[in-house]
Design a binder for this molecule. Structure first.
Ligand SMILES: NC(=O)c1ccc[n+]([C@@H]2O[C@H](COP(=O)([O-])OP(=O)(O)OC[C@H]3O[C@@H](n4cnc5c(N)ncnc54)[C@H](O)[C@@H]3O)[C@@H](O)[C@H]2O)c1
Length: 319
């Protein structure tokens, strides 16, 4: 039986990946410090003898070394992904996302683990001048988060030269689905429950993004991991259809049963520093392996909006 360490396995995407690995017959060790993760994300797996959950921090080398003993692969999803927090805390991304990744790499080397699968991000393309943006595009960094993920990828690629290790990185834009507790939908629903007649939208609402369903994201990760075997394998995962933040707001408003909501824009093409207004990734490389997204962005946004409403109090449905 193959054994995997999933860092960040109590988070949104990580918990879905754990579900998938368990379904595929893996034994799974989760390492998570509960920064943004929740035990409830894997409550439904309670009692599963193939799952072990460890509370611990990837910033501590020994913690990662001990959690990864006997593993065949590490799926590294633990990250500080709070872009707005990093505006005031310049070390958070370095500590969690770079030093944390170095600790994962050193632990793999110590425990002779060959496969590293990494959740990267489209943020590392900055405000890309080429769209759809291919994997070999190199842009100017616009966030500490993107810069740290790029550095983490670079460290992992260099480790492949030093040790008998293989590396898979998956760069995605915005992933949505059950257990997603931040981002535009989460924000809009909280605001609309407080004030159903007005919605503040960060930026000009025209930011156009890539809203990938978590199921397609996990499928893409597993297809890329299972079907490519170069020493370094880097893939974009995304959609061929763009959706604006305004479109997201409209779906949320409809799902909440509201009408006559006045949209108020904070203005500017970006919602916040580091918000890349256009995210449109080339997915030719992963498509060549047979992956394509199955869920449309409208469906993904709608189902996430429904789940979020339940999560934050369906009984407070403002209709
Ligand atoms: N959600 C998205 O739209 C998106 C887009 C691009 C990339 N990503 C990447 O995918 C991965 C998962 O993202 P997510 O949306 O599930 O985020 P998340 O915040 O739900 O999950 C991250 C998990 O990592 C844990 N964690 C953070 N720092 C840690 C540390 N030092 N030690 C141990 N655990 C730690 C958190 O508690 C959390 O459970 C991240 O690496 C993120 O950068 C996410």
């Amino acid at each position: 039986m193959r054994r995997a360490l999933v860092t960040g396995g109590l988070g949104f995407i990580g918990s879905h990946l754990v579900d998938r690995l368990l379904r595929d017959g893996w034994e799974v060790v989760v390492l998570d410090n509960l920064l943004t993760g929740r035990r409830s994300n894997l409550e439904h797996q309670k009692g599963n003898p193939r799952l072990q959950i460890r509370e611990g921090d990837i910033r501590h080398l020994q913690t990662v070394v001990s959690a990864s003993v006997g593993c065949d692969a590490v799926f590294h999803l633990a990250a500080h992904a709070l872009m707005r927090v990093s505006l005031g805390d310049h070390r958070a991304d370095l500590d969690h996302n770079v030093i944390g990744t170095l600790n994962v790499l050193e632990s793999m080397s110590a425990n002779k683990i060959s496969d590293l699968v990494f959740a990267s991000t489209s943020a590392l393309y900055g405000e890309a001048e080429v769209v759809p943006t291919p994997e070999d595009y190199s842009g100017v960094q616009t966030s500490l988060y993107g810069a740290a993920k790029l550095a983490a990828e670079a460290y992992a690629s260099a480790f492949v030269q030093l040790t008998p290790m293989k590396f898979w990185a998956f760069r995605f834009g915005t992933v949505l689905g059950e257990r997603c507790r931040r981002g535009a939908i989460w924000d809009f629903e909280h605001k609309l429950l407080k004030n159903p007649s007005e919605l503040e939208i960060l930026g000009d609402g025209k930011q156009s993004k890539d809203y990938l369903s978590v199921s397609d994201c996990i499928d893409g990760i597993m297809v890329g991991y299972e079907k490519s075997s170069e020493p370094v394998n880097i893939f974009n995962l995304g959609l061929q259809e763009q959706t604006t933040v305004d479109d997201v707001a409209d779906i949320v408003i409809e799902e909440m049963g509201l009408s006559n909501v006045r949209k108020r824009y904070t203005g500017g093409v970006r919602g916040w520093i580091g918000d890349n207004p256009v995210v449109y990734l080339s997915i030719k490389r992963i498509q060549a392996l047979g992956w394509k997204p199955k869920v449309s962005p409208a469906e993904t946004i709608r189902s996430t909006a429904r789940w979020t409403l339940e999560e934050i109090g369906g009984d407070r449905r403002a209709a």
